[in-house]
Ligand binder design. Sequence first.
Ligand SMILES: Nc1ncnc2c1ncn2[C@@H]1O[C@H](COP(=O)(O)OP(=O)(O)OP(=O)(O)O)[C@@H](O)[C@H]1O
Length: 438
Amino acid sequence: MTRTTEFLAFFAAQILETIGMWRIFVKCGKRGWLSVIPLFRQYYLGVCAGRDGEGRMLALLEAGVDASIVSCIFFEVGSLQYMVASFFFLLVMIPYTIFRIRVCFGLCDAFGRNRFWVVPWIVFDWLCALIWGLIPSFKTAEGYPFDEEEVAPELSGLEVDLDAPGLSINITRRTAMSFLKRKVLLRDIHLNIPMGHMVLLLGGSGSGKTTFLNAVTGYEKAKAVITLGDSDVYKQYNSMKYDIGFVPQQDLVRGSDTVYRTLSDAARLRLPADYTIDKRRNRINDVLDTFGLTPVKSSLVDKLSGGQRKRLSIAMEYISDPTLFILDEPDSGLDGVMARSLFEKLRSIANTGKIVIVITHTPDRVADLFDDVIVVAKDAMRTGRLAYYGNTIDAYEFFGKRSMEEILMSVNRKEEGGEGRADDFVRKYSALKAGGMA
Ligand SMILES: Nc1ncnc2c1ncn2[C@@H]1O[C@H](COP(=O)(O)OP(=O)(O)OP(=O)(O)O)[C@@H](O)[C@H]1O
C-alpha cells in the first residue's frame, strides 16, 4: 500500500465510523452531530455506555494514537522521527485498548448485547459502528439509561477524637489502581475502640475487611490517621510493631518443628532485642499456658489437632503481648466446640485490657462474647463503607434483625444473594452519629 492509499483508507474508516456513531448517539438520546468531532466522539461513546470517566480517558488517548498514526504516515520509514512515532504509538495503544474494552463492555450492556461483541468492536470499530448505528434491531436495552443506584453520601465531620484512649481510626479513604482506574476501596471509616473491647468485624466477601485491617495496622497505608493510645500507628510504625499482633487466615507454622521451638523462634523475632534469655523463656511458658499448649510443647506441629495448631498460630503472635490483637478467621476449619473455646480464650485476652478484633464467617455461635461489631459493606460504587459500629445488642435493633448472619445478608449486594441495603444503612448510621454529635 502506498502512503496515499494508507491515508485514504484511514480517512474512509473515520468517515464510516462517524456515520455509524451519529446513529448510535441518536439511539442513545444524544446529539448525532457530536460524532463529527473526533475526540468528542470517543467521549460521547463513553457517555452512551454509561461510562463517562472512561470515555474522557479514551478521548485523550485517541488524540495520542491519531497523532502517532498521522506522524508515521508523514515521516520517512526508518527515520528517527518514524521510530519515535512508532514507539509512542505502541506505548499509547496499551491503555487505549484497555479503555476501549471498558467502554465497549458498557456499550454492550447499554444495547443489551453479548459482551463478545467487544472483539469485533476492537478490530473493526468502523464496521461495528455502522452495524450498531444503522441496523434498527440494534437498539438500547430496556430500562436504558439505567437508573443509578443512589450512593450514600460522602461524610465529613464524623472524625473521632484522636486523643481518646484505645484505638482511634479515622480513615478518609484508601485507594488503589485497578485496570488503569483509581478505585476507592474504603471511604469514611471513623471509630474509636476502647481498651478491653473485643470487636467482631463483619462484612461480605470483598467488602473490604482485609483492606480495612491492613489500613489499621499500617501494613497498607490509607489516607488516614490511626492512633493506639498515645502513638500514631503510621508515624511510629517501627516502634509499634510489638504493640500490634496480626494473625492471618493461613497458618505460618512448620510441621517439622516442635511447638516449643516454633514459639521460641517467634519470640526471637517478635520480642525486643533487650529481652534476656530468662525473660524470653518465661514469656514462652506463660503463652504456652495461656493457650493450653504446655502438655504438647514437645510435640511436632504436624502431630497437633486442628484446634491446637490454630492456637499455636495465635500464640506466635501473642508472644509479643500486643495491645491490639487482630485475627482473620481464626476459627476456619474448627468445629463449634473448638471455635467457642478459642473465642473464650480471646475474650479473656480482651479482659486483660487489650483490644481484640476478629473476622469470622460464622459469627452467631460466638456473638455473645463480643462487645461491639463493625459492619463494613460495599456501597453502590463498590466502595467499602461503615454501615455500623457499636454494641452488638444495639446492632440487632439497628438492622432490625435477629442474628449477625441476617445483618450480613441485609447489607450484602443483591447479586450475592443479599438484600442490597448497604447504602441505606451507611446513611442511617451516619445520620445516627451526626445526631449523636449535635
Ligand atoms: N491492592 C488492590 N488493588 C485493587 N483492588 C484491591 C486491592 N486490594 C483489595 N482490592 C479489592 O478491594 C475489595 C476488598 O478486598 P478485601 O480483600 O479487603 O475484601 P474482604 O472483605 O477481606 O473479602 P474476603 O472476605 O473475601 O476475604 C475487593 O474487591 C478487592 O478486589
